[in-house]
Design a protein around this ligand. Structure first.
Ligand code: ADP
Ligand code: MG
Length: 708
């Protein structure tokens, strides 16, 4: 099994031949060497295919070709001129000028740091050339700085067009990128039609190749809209690949029959009685949904969504007890060692109260003790196992595993879910996936297919609200001073340093600097945790923060704060503008978990963009994760919701769910229909649909087909 998550790894062996060349590196394109390839990889990807998905974000219309005298300041024009004289610079600071003319007047072409040889070759005196670029006026003389194009009259047509403009990165020019994309597009193959013909016709869509090429050759600004026919079709293709892949996985999860698990409430009642508080309405509802699902003969696949602190753990425990009451076993899996141990510590007393045997198994269990645990698991002496992915190892065998909970935090993939199914001795275990990221309904569908969903949309009572404020980074000293005072009053503080995507070394440097700064103020009460620390080192720092030996924890990443320290009431987030809404929300969820009110300070740097401003505003207005998720979708489009890989959501290249939500619904229906008509993709549409899955690298799903 692949150790990483997701269903979008690509298997080169099974890939249809027609797609082979698309997966070759961009360096095989003319004009793309290793240096350019690095830059292209940054914005698009490293393979030819990645350039297909790199659609223009703007355009430059070069079709306007006036006489020099007719051109106006700031216009993009394509001029046909005769080259006059070259005037070379006298010193390095002066530009190189080439004066050109047509029947209406003169224009001066200006080049800084120019190579004389090059200019003499491209602009030979007395010859006619076609140039394109932006017109400027200087002392009433028309001028063009560094024309974008200089060609001969024969080649004029090649530049008198609408030129697409691509998302770029520093060092990469429109020209270079344009050339690479044009080169890539020469590889676009004719592919068989995978869309249902009546649907395609009703939508008025062209075939895939025509649509892709059209999307790459916009003629007007309207053509850049996501709702154009061409872009809609491409979005639909991507969504269909996504929905079909999920439907295949889901089908394979359901292939093995489930069985009826109907506990007698005995243990659940004991645990409920030992709780110091009643369940919330949302918790009751979710437990009821899960328990009644378990009582069905089909296999349960359910998602439990709820913010950090919404109380998912107890819901999971009650559901697991339902299986134990039947005399069967349950497993709870967390993505990290820390989280697994934390679950174990919080659940153990409750399990003990009900006389249920609970154990924890992680990668740290070794040798004899581990073997003893495994033996007890296999004999059925252990009722509930809590662990990390260590429980996926082949040596781990259950006596009768009936129920599995994956506390996902988006780190497990479908592969692990499947591996888990293999653990069950009799039938596949019922599966509950818990996620702390509230996801808008449309997005749930893209990440999980049509799994059943329970939502904890109500917080346990008595939670004090978090007071969220935004401050410019210039007030950092004041904030640090405020933190020092709060710490003197007994507060415990998270200080989150910015996430700089380019390099984790830069992240670390920023965090170390802040750590030094705060240590200067508060001495050894400040700790630092970051991604480069080893597991046990991390645990030690966390334990110190948890026990109160440390009062301030400077952290580089979101992950490291994925732990429960109810005493923490203050959070400072530096460069809050660099985090997505969902990330900010997740981070803030770490404080205000106890009954003392929390404070969250969002430090931002000016100038603040519109979206960043709106995000911070929303953070100040609400703590409702589901609402925040919906707002996030509205603000940024699905591609960016939750942004990073951590979200576990598929990243779409072409689909934008804030625009294409109706296409998602259609793709889901079509995927369902396809699997009813040809469950193994072995019918009429099968071959084309397989190509589609490979094209969008959802081909791991193909391996779930019996005929592979
Ligand atoms: P999640 O896993 O959803 O982030 P937890 O299950 O860790 O949340 O619960 C957060 C905290 O809330 C825990 O300390 C838990 O004991 C407490 N809690 C859970 N349910 C309730 C409830 N109904 N009333 C009061 N406190 C609750
Ligand atoms: Mg939890």
């Amino acid at each position: 099994m692949a150790p990483h998550g997701g269903i979008s790894y690509s298997d080169p062996i099974m890939r249809p031949e027609i797609l082979f060349s698309l997966f070759t590196p961009v360096t095989s394109l003319a004009g793309v060497g290793p240096r350019i390839a690095k830059l292209i990889e940054k914005v698009a990807g490293e393979r030819i295919l990645d350039l297909f998905w790199h659609l223009p974000a703007g355009l430059i219309d070069r079709r306007f070709s006036p006489l020099i005298a007719e051109a106006m300041e700031g216009q993009i024009v394509t001029l046909t001129v005769t080259v006059g004289s070259h005037s070379k610079p006298q010193n390095r600071r002066q530009p190189y000028r080439v004066t050109c003319f047509d029947e209406s007047g003169d224009i001066s072409l200006v080049f800084f740091h120019a190579h004389t040889d090059y200019l003499e070759k491209t602009l030979p005196e007395g010859e006619v050339r076609v140039i394109s670029g932006k017109i400027e006026f200087f002392n009433d003389t028309a001028q063009m700085n560094h024309p974008d194009h200089i060609v001969t009259v024969e080649d004029a047509d090649s530049i008198k067009t609408v030129e697409p403009v691509f998302p770029l990165t520093a060092g990469l020019t429109t020209k270079t990128m344009g050339k690479a994309v044009r080169g890539a597009l020469e590889y676009v193959p004719d592919l068989p039609e995978w869309i249902n013909e009546p649907y395609r016709a009703a939508r008025g869509w062209n075939d895939w190749k025509t649509s892709l090429l059209a999307a790459h050759h916009p003629q007007s600004l309207q053509d850049l809209e996501p709702a154009t026919l061409a872009r809609s079709r491409l979005a639909y293709d991507e969504l269909l690949a996504n929905q079909l892949a999920l439907a295949l996985v889901r089908k394979s999860l359901r292939r093995r029959p489930g069985r009826v698990t109907r506990g007698d409430q005995r243990l659940q009642r004991q645990v409920r009685e030992s709780l110091p508080w009643p369940l919330t309405g949302a918790q009751e509802r979710s437990v009821a949904e899960i328990v009644s699902d378990m009582a069905e003969p089909h296999r349960m696949l359910r998602l439990l969504q709820g913010d950090v602190g919404s109380g998912k753990t107890i819901v999971a425990l009650l559901a697991m007890l339902n299986a134990v009451e039947e005399g069967r076993q349950a497993v709870l899996m967390a993505p990290t060692e820390i989280l697994a141990r934390q679950h174990y510590q919080s659940l153990k007393p409750l399990a003990d109260a009900a006389g249920v045997r609970m154990e924890v198994l992680t990668g740290r269990d070794k040798g004899k003790p581990r073997e003893a645990k495994l033996a007890e698991l296999e004999s059925g002496a252990i009722d509930i196992l809590v662990g990390t992915h260590a429980v996926f190892q082949e040596t781990v065998a259950f006596k009768d595993l009936a129920f599995a909970v994956i506390d996902e935090q988006h780190r497990f993939g479908v592969h692990q879910r499947l591996a888990l199914s293999a653990k069950a001795t009799e039938a596949a275990p019922d599966l509950l996936v818990m996620t702390a990221t509230p996801i808008p309904r449309t997005l749930t569908l893209t990440a999980y297919g049509d799994m059943e969903v329970s939502r904890l949309d109500e917080k346990p009572p008595g939670r004090a609200p978090v007071d969220t404020r935004a401050l410019p980074l210039e007030r950092l000293d004041q904030v640090a001073e405020g933190v020092r005072r709060a710490v003197d009053d007994g507060a415990r503080v998270y200080w989150v340093c910015p996430l700089v995507e380019e390099s984790d070394l830069v992240d670390l440097a920023a965090a170390e600097e802040r750590f030094a700064h705060l240590s200067g103020l508060m001495g050894d009460r400040v700790g630092l945790i970051h991604g480069r620390l080893k597991g046990p080192q991390k645990d030690a720092v966390m334990a110190d923060f948890s026990s109160g030996k440390l009062d301030v924890l400077v952290a580089t990443t979101v992950i490291e704060v994925g732990v429960d320290v109810p005493e923490a009431t203050v959070m400072v987030i530096e460069h809050a503008e660099r985090f997505g809404l969902a990330q900010l929300h997740q981070l803030r969820g770490r404080i205000g978990r106890g009954n003392r009110p929390g404070t969250c300070l969002l430090l931002y740097t000016n100038p603040l963009g519109e979206t960043a401003k709106a995000r911070i505003e929303i953070m100040r207005e609400t703590e409702d994760g589901f609402l925040i998720a919906e707002k996030d979708l509205e603000l940024r489009g699905a591609g960016e919701v939750l942004g990073t890989k951590q979200s576990g959501l598929p990243a779409f290249h072409l689909a934008d769910l804030s625009v294409h939500a109706d296409l998602l619904a259609a793709a889901r229906d079509d995927a369902k229909l396809i699997l009813e008509m040809e469950p193994e993709l072995d019918g009429k549409r099968g071959p084309a649909l397989r190509v589609l899955l490979y094209l969008f690298e959802r081909d791991a799903a193909v391996s779930y087909l019996r005929s592979g």
